[in-house]
Ligand binder design. Structure first.
Ligand SMILES: *[C@@H]1O[C@H](CO)[C@@H](O)[C@H](O)[C@H]1NC(C)=O
Ligand SMILES: *[C@@H]1O[C@H](CO)[C@@H](O)[C@H](O)[C@H]1NC(C)=O
Ligand SMILES: *[C@@H]1O[C@H](CO)[C@@H](O)[C@H](O)[C@H]1NC(C)=O
Ligand SMILES: *[C@@H]1O[C@H](CO)[C@@H](O)[C@H](O)[C@H]1NC(C)=O
Ligand SMILES: *[C@@H]1O[C@H](CO)[C@@H](O)[C@H](O)[C@H]1NC(C)=O
Length: 410
C-alpha cells in the first residue's frame, strides 16, 4: 500500500466508472451499467484521465484523502490482511493490537512474533529472533512493539501491506509512560526520581534524571517512529523532511484522542466489517490525572521544549488525521456515532451480562449486517497483550520447522 501510485489510479477509475450510488440496489446498478453507451464510457474515461492528471499535478495529500472520500469502499472488495502496525508505547496500541490479533487468528494469518519476549528492537536490545513462518517469505501481520525501520518492515511484510501507526497527546503519553515504566518495569533511571511531585521533577531536572534526546520519557513517540537521536529543536527542515518521509510510508496514523474516528477510518482503509473493529474500552490508568500533577505553565513549556520531536510529530499527524476525517464524506460521523452505540452495548453486555451464557445481537443497520457477540468474543477482547502474544506463540510453535530463520536487526 505504501507504493500507492497504480492502486490509487485504479481506485479513482473505480470510483468514476463502477461506483453506483450506495443507496441504489445492486440490480439498479447492473441495469444502469448496461445502459451506458460506449460514448458515455469514453467520456467518463477522458474525464477520469483529466482528473487523474490534475490530481497527480497537485499534492500527494489529495491522494491520501481520496482513499476516504466515501464510505463507498466496496465491501466485497478483498479485505486487506497484510498489515504493519507500529505499536507506539503508551498510545492505546494494545487495543488496536488486540483487534489485529483477533482478526488474524480467526483467519489463520501469519504473525511476526519474537522467539522470546514481547517486543522488537528497542534501543536496549538490538537483535531479536523471529519465529519461523513456514508458509513463505513474508508474514501477514506485524503488531508487536517495534521501532520503525523501513528495511525491517519491507523484509518481513509484503509490498502491499498497509502501514498503520498511532499517536497520542505528548504530555498525556509522557505522564502515562513515566508511571508505567517506573511501576511495571522498574526502569532504573525513573526509580531515582523523587516520588513527591514525581512528574514535575522529571520535567524540571532532566539533566539529573533523563538526559537523552530520545528515551522512554523523552520524545518516546519519535523514538518508536525511528527518528534519528541527534536532532536539535532548531533543525526544523530536517525534522519536517523526516515527517514527510514517514507520511509517505504510513497509510494511516491513528489518534488516541479520536479513537472511534480512528477505528472507523481503519475499517474503511482495510475494507473490514464493523464487527472486526469491535472492542471493549479498558481504562488501565493507574496514575494521577493531569490536573493533580501540580504542573505550572512553565513546566508545560519546558516539557514541550524537551519533547520537541513528539510535539512536532503529534501536530503534524493530527492535522493530516483531521483532514482525512473531514474528507471522509458526510456520513463518516454518522458511522462513528453508530459505532459508539455498538461499543456501549457490547461493553454493557460483556461486562454485566456475559455470565448468562447468552449472546447479544447487534441488529443490522446501514453500516453492517446483523452480527452476534458471544461470551467467547467478550473473553477474547479482554485478553491482555502479553497473554495474547504467549497464546499465539504456543499456537504456532508446534507448526514450525526450524525455530527461527529471521532476525530483527536494525
Ligand atoms: C464490488 O466488487 C465486487 C468484486 O470486485 C463486484 O462483483 C461487485 O459488483 C461490486 N459491487 C459494487 C456495488 O460495485
Ligand atoms: C491454518 O493454516 C495451517 C497452515 O497452513 C493449516 O494447516 C490449517 O488447516 C489452517 N486452519 C484454518 C482454520 O484455516
Ligand atoms: C501536589 O502537591 C501537593 C501539595 O504539595 C502534594 O501533596 C501532592 O502529592 C502533589 N501531587 C503529586 C502527584 O505529586
Ligand atoms: C443498543 O442497545 C439499545 C438498548 O437495548 C438499543 O435500543 C439500541 O438499538 C442498540 N444500539 C445499537 C447500535 O446496537
Ligand atoms: C534500518 O535498518 C538497517 C539495517 O537493517 C540500517 O542499515 C538502517 O540504517 C536502518 N534505518 C534507519 C532509518 O535507522
Amino acid at each position: 500500500m505504501a507504493q500507492r501510485g497504480k492502486s490509487k489510479i485504479k481506485y479513482v477509475l473505480f470510483l468514476i466508472l463502477k461506483q453506483p450510488d450506495k443507496k441504489t440496489t445492486s440490480n439498479d446498478g447492473e441495469v444502469r451499467k448496461k445502459k451506458l453507451s460506449r460514448w458515455a464510457r469514453c467520456c467518463f474515461i477522458l474525464l477520469a484521465v483529466l482528473i487523474i492528471v490534475s490530481l497527480v499535478c497537485t499534492h500527494d495529500l489529495i491522494f491520501n484523502i481520496s482513499h476516504y472520500v466515501a464510505r463507498s469502499w466496496n465491501i466485497s472488495q478483498p479485505e486487506v490482511r497484510h498489515i504493519g502496525f507500529l505499536k507506539v508505547h503508551k498510545a492505546g496500541g494494545s487495543t488496536i493490537q488486540n483487534i489485529l490479533f483477533r482478526y488474524g487468528l480467526h483467519r489463520n494469518v501469519t504473525f511476526v512474533i519474537p522467539k522470546t519476549g514481547y517486543k522488537f528492537s528497542t534501543p536496549f536490545s538490538k537483535t531479536t529472533s523471529i519465529l519461523n513462518n513456514k508458509r513463505g517469505e513474508y508474514y501477514d501481520i506485524l503488531a508487536i512493539h517495534s521501532v520503525y525501520n523501513e528495511t525491517s518492515y519491507s523484509r518481513l511484510l509484503p509490498a502491499d501491506a498497509a502501514n498503520i501507526a498511532i499517536i497520542r497527546n505528548p504530555l498525556e503519553l509522557f505522564v502515562s509512560a513515566a508511571y508505567y515504566h517506573r511501576d511495571v518495569w522498574h526502569v532504573p533511571y525513573l526509580k531515582r526520581v523523587p516520588t513527591d511531585n514525581y512528574v514535575q521533577n522529571l520535567i524540571r531536572y532532566p539533566e539529573l534524571y533523563d538526559n537523552q534526546v530520545l528515551s522512554l520519557t523523552r520524545n518516546s513517540m519519535a523514538m518508536d517512529f525511528g527518528f534519528p537521536s541527534d536532532l536539535h529543536p532548531t533543525e526544523e527542515s530536517v525534522i519536517l523532511n523526516f515527517l514527510n518521509y514517514l507520511d509517505k510510508r504510513f497509510d494511516l496514523v491513528l489518534v488516541v484522542e479520536f479513537f472511534t474516528e480512528s477505528l472507523v477510518l481503519l475499517k474503511r482503509l482495510l475494507h473490514w466489517k464493523l464487527q472486526d473493529i469491535v472492542y471493549i474500552p479498558q481504562n488501565t490508568n493507574t496514575h494521577p490525572a493531569l490536573p493533580e500533577l501540580n504542573l505550572t505553565s512553565s513546566d508545560v513549556d519546558k516539557f514541550e521544549l524537551r519533547n520537541f520531536l513528539d510535539k512536532k510529530l503529534y501536530d503534524y499527524f493530527l492535522k493530516i488525521f483531521k483532514q482525512k476525517t473531514h474528507a471522509a464524506g458526510h456520513d463518516f460521523f454518522e458511522e462513528v456515532g453508530h459505532f459508539e452505540n455498538v461499543i456501549a452495548n457490547v461493553t454493557a453486555f460483556c461486562v454485566f451480562k456475559e455470565r448468562d451464557g447468552s449472546e447479544m445481537v447487534v441488529p443490522d443497520s446501514y453500516w453492517s449486517e446483523k452480527f452476534a457477540v458471544k461470551p467467547s468474543d467478550c473473553r477474547e477482547m479482554l485478553i491482555t497483550e502479553l497473554e495474547y502474544i504467549d497464546k499465539i506463540r504456543s499456537k504456532i510453535m508446534p507448526t514450525l520447522r526450524g525455530l527461527t530463520t529471521k532476525y530483527w536487526t536494525p
